[in-house]
Design a protein around this ligand. Structure first.
Ligand SMILES: NC(=O)c1ccc[n+]([C@@H]2O[C@H](COP(=O)([O-])OP(=O)(O)OC[C@H]3O[C@@H](n4cnc5c(N)ncnc54)[C@H](OP(=O)(O)O)[C@@H]3O)[C@@H](O)[C@H]2O)c1
Length: 146
């Protein structure tokens, strides 16, 4: 991937690894849009990095992802790179009978990236150079598209 002159969406870009990636790509002269649920972290990151943009999305919400993809298409038509970084890490204590954490992990780390990729892919395929990158998330590598 060429690392300059891109328009890059980074999910989970308001803090942690995502914020680090956002600031590094921003410093390299890319237009960076960060996304996540928490407005506060997004606003703090944007105000520390003039020119960076932010948008709110919950990647566990399929309908919200469709609306979000439409928003990206409308507001950032040059978008050509997506970094699927938003994720959660929790202990899956299924022995105790509770599946809530396991289900949340699958919804966030697996379904979220698949849905977001599906929603943004038509836009990315129209670009002469485009890239999708993802964190190492369980199950993701079995997903294929053309
Ligand atoms: N740090 C590590 O050692 C490590 C190792 C392997 C993999 N990873 C993976 O790398 C990614 C980032 O790790 P990190 O340490 O930077 O985590 P982090 O500090 O907890 O940040 C996670 C980011 O994901 C966002 N996020 C979580 N759930 C979301 C949802 N439902 N919708 C939208 N955004 C959501 C969070 O924003 P909001 O809460 O505001 O939505 C936050 O910005 C995660 O996918 C993690 O599983 C990390």
């Amino acid at each position: 991937m060429q690392v300059t002159d891109n328009t890059i969406l980074i999910t989970g870009g308001g803090r942690g690894v995502g914020r680090g990636l956002a600031e590094a790509f921003h410093a390299e002269g890319n237009k960076v849009i960060i996304a996540g649920r928490g407005k506060k972290a997004l606003e703090e990151t944007v105000s520390a990095n003039p020119g960076m943009k932010a948008a709110v999305v919950d990647v566990t919400d399929g309908d919200a992802i469709v609306r979000f993809a439409n928003q990206m298409k409308r507001d950032y038509p040059a978008l050509n790179v997506v970094i699927l970084n938003a994720g959660i890490m929790r202990a899956e204590l299924v022995q105790g009978g509770g599946l809530a954490d396991a289900e949340a992990i699958v919804a966030t780390n697996l379904l979220g990236p698949i849905r977001l990729t599906a929603a943004l892919l038509p836009m990315l395929l129209s670009k002469p150079r485009a890239a999708i990158m993802t964190q190492c998330l369980p199950g993701w590598h079995s997903c294929r598209w053309q």
